[in-house]
Write a protein that binds this ligand. Structure first.
Ligand code: ADP
Length: 477
C-alpha cells in the first residue's frame, strides 16, 4: 500500500459544517459543506443542535471524498476547528443534554457579573486573559446551573463545538489549548484548566477533558465513524484549534511581528506572541495559539467592512465599489477634516460598549461623496489601529507585516490607507479556504507529513504585491 497523501480539515462554523481536503504540498484538493441553521427560541438566545453538526459533517466528509475521488485510506490525518465558546453539555453516556448555547448568545449578563464578583475582575484577566463576556463558556454553565438545575444535575462532560465532532469521530473527550482558552476557565500561562477558577465558580474539574496542543494526536477514527464517513478506521485526529487560531495558522500568523487582519463584516486583529501576555484591563482578548508554545492577542471591531456595506447600500444606492474607490482616491488623505466613527453596531475593541454609536464629524459644504467614502475607509482603518496600539502597549513590539484577508481586501485604496495608518507593510492573503485550511495544516504537522514543521506552519502565500506606508499617507488625521 502506498503512503497516504491527504489531510482533512473539518470546520464546524455557525453557518456550515465544512470538510476540506489538501494534498501534502498544501494544495486544496476539494471542499464540501452542509449548511447549518441557528435557532433563537427566546430573545438573546442563540442555539444549535449538535446532532445537526455531526450529520452535516459526516455528509460533507463523504461528499469531499466522493467528489475528489480520494480514498478514505489516503487521508493521513484529520484536524478540527470551529466556532469557539459554545457550551456542549453531555451526560455520563455522552448524550447531549440540551441545545448548544452558542458564542453569540447573550443571555448570561447576570452570570458574568457573578463571575467578576466571585473571582475579581483583575484576577480573572490575569489568569485567563479575558474579562467575563456573555459569549464565553463559563457563564453559560452558571446559567444552566441557575435556570435548568435538572439538566445541570445530569451533566458529566463539557465540550466545545469542534470537540463534539471529535467525540463522534473517535469516542474521545479531548480539547486543544487554543479553544480551551476561550472558555474563561483556562490558565493562560500554564495552558491547562485553572484549578483556581474552577474552585471559585464551584465547577467540577472532572467535567473538563484533557487538553492537547494543536498538532498533537488526540485519538483515532473509530470503526463506527469510519462506516458513517468513508474514512479509514484508525486515522489519527489532532487537537486542532478554535476558528481564529486555525485561520491564523492558515495565513502564517504564527510568529510575533506578523499580524493577521481580517476585514470582513467585522474586523479581527490577530497577533501571535511568544509569552502569555495580557492587556491588564482586558481590552484585548488573550488566548493560547494553536501552535505549541505560542499565544495571541485578538482585537475585534464589530463594523469594519460592514460600515462600508451600510454606507454603500443606504447612501449610494449600491454604487460599484470601483466607482466609490475612484471618487475617494481623488480626495486627499484626511478627507479634508471629515471624520467617521465606525461604531454602527456598538464596539468591542478597544471600547467594549454595545451602546457605542457611529458618527460623521466635521462636515462642511466642501465635502462630497468622495469625502464621505474616504472618511469611512479611514475611520475603519483608525478604529483598527486602536487594536494595534493596545497590542504594542501590551509588550508585543514592532509589527513587521500585516496579512490582510476578507472582502474589504478587494479595495486597493483601502489596502493603501491601512498600510499608511498602521505604518506597516501590508500583503493580501487568499484565505477563501478559511480555518479548515489551518486545521488541515495542523493535521499534517501532527502526522509528521512535514518534518520541517516550522516551515510549513509559517507558510507564506501572499496573493498580491505588498503595500508600504507612504510618507504623509495619514496626513491631517
Ligand atoms: P463576512 O465577514 O460577512 O464573511 P466578507 O469577508 O465576505 O465578510 O466581506 C464582505 C464585505 O466586504 C462587505 O461588507 C463589503 O462591504 C466588502 N467588500 C466586498 N467587495 C469589496 C470591494 N471591492 N471593495 C471594498 N469592500 C468590499
Amino acid at each position: 500500500m502506498s503512503a497516504p497523501h491527504y489531510l482533512l480539515g473539518l470546520d464546524v462554523s455557525t453557518t456550515a459544517a465544512k470538510a476540506l481536503l489538501i494534498d501534502d504540498t498544501g494544495q486544496v484538493a476539494g471542499v464540501a459543506s452542509t449548511l447549518l441553521t441557528v435557532s433563537s427560541p427566546r430573545p438573546l438566545w442563540s442555539e444549535q443542535d449538535p446532532a445537526d453538526w455531526w450529520a452535516g459533517m459526516a455528509a460533507a466528509i463523504r461528499q469531499v471524498l466522493r467528489e475528489t475521488g480520494v480514498a478514505g485510506d489516503a487521508v493521513a490525518a484529520i484536524g478540527l476547528t470551529g466556532q469557539m465558546h459554545g457550551l456542549v453539555l453531555l451526560d455520563d453516556a455522552g448524550r447531549v443534554l440540551r441545545p448548544v448555547i452558542l458564542w453569540n448568545d447573550q443571555r448570561t449578563a447576570a452570570e458574568c457579573d457573578e463571575i467578576r464578583a466571585r473571582v475579581g475582575r483583575e484576577r480573572l484577566i490575569q489568569i485567563c486573559g479575558n474579562d467575563a463576556l456573555t459569549g464565553f463558556t463559563a457563564p453559560k454553565l452558571l446559567w444552566v446551573r441557575a435556570h435548568e438545575p435538572e439538566i445541570y444535575a445530569q451533566a458529566r462532560h463539557v465540550l466545545l463545538p469542534k470537540d463534539y465532532i471529535r467525540l463522534r469521530l473517535s469516542g474521545d473527550y479531548a480539547m486543544d489549548c487554543a479553544d480551551g482558552s476561550g472558555t474563561m476557565l483556562f490558565d493562560l500561562g500554564r495552558r491547562a484548566w485553572s484549578a483556581e477558577l474552577l474552585a471559585a465558580l464551584d465547577l467540577p474539574a472532572a467535567w473538563f477533558p484533557p487538553v492537547y496542543e494543536g498538532p498533537a494526536v488526540t485519538g483515532i477514527v473509530s470503526a463506527g465513524a469510519a462506516a458513517e464517513t468513508g474514512l479509514r478506521a484508525g486515522t489519527p485526529i489532532v487537537g486542532g484549534g478554535g476558528d481564529q487560531a486555525a485561520q491564523a495558522v492558515g495565513v502564517g500568523a504564527v510568529a510575533p511581528g506578523i499580524v493577521a487582519l481580517t476585514l470582513g463584516t467585522s474586523g479581527v486583529v490577530f497577533a501571535a506572541t511568544q509569552a502569555a501576555l495580557v492587556q491588564p484591563e482586558g481590552r484585548l482578548h488573550a488566548f493560547c495559539h494553536a501552535v505549541p508554545g505560542r499565544w495571541h492577542f485578538m482585537g475585534v471591531m464589530l463594523s469594519a467592512a460592514g460600515s462600508l456595506q451600510w454606507y454603500r447600500e443606504r447612501l449610494t444606492a449600491g454604487a460599484p465599489f470601483a466607482t466609490l474607490d475612484a471618487e475617494a482616491e481623488a480626495v486627499p488623505p484626511g478627507s479634508e477634516g471629515l471624520l467617521f466613527l465606525p461604531y454602527l453596531t456598538g464596539e468591542r475593541t478597544p471600547h467594549p460598549d454595545p451602546l457605542a454609536r457611529g458618527a460623521w464629524v466635521g462636515l462642511t459644504v466642501r465635502h462630497g461623496r468622495g469625502h464621505l467614502t474616504r472618511s469611512v475607509l479611514e475611520g475603519v482603518a483608525f478604529g483598527l489601529r486602536d487594536s494595534f496600539t493596545l497590542i504594542g502597549e501590551a509588550g508585543l513590539g514592532d509589527v513587521r507585516q500585516v496579512r490582510l484577508s476578507g472582502g474589504g481586501a478587494r479595495s486597493p485604496l483601502w489596502r493603501q490607507i491601512l498600510a499608511d495608518v498602521l505604518g506597516a507593510e501590508l500583503v493580501t492573503v487568499n484565505t477563501t479556504e478559511g480555518a479548515a485550511y489551518g486545521a488541515a495544516l495542523l493535521a499534517g504537522v501532527g502526522a509528521a507529513i512535514w518534518p520541517q514543521r516550522g516551515r510549513r506552519l509559517r507558510r507564506d502565500h501572499p496573493a498580491d504585491r505588498p503595500h508600504h506606508p507612504q510618507p504623509g499617507g495619514d496626513n491631517g488625521l
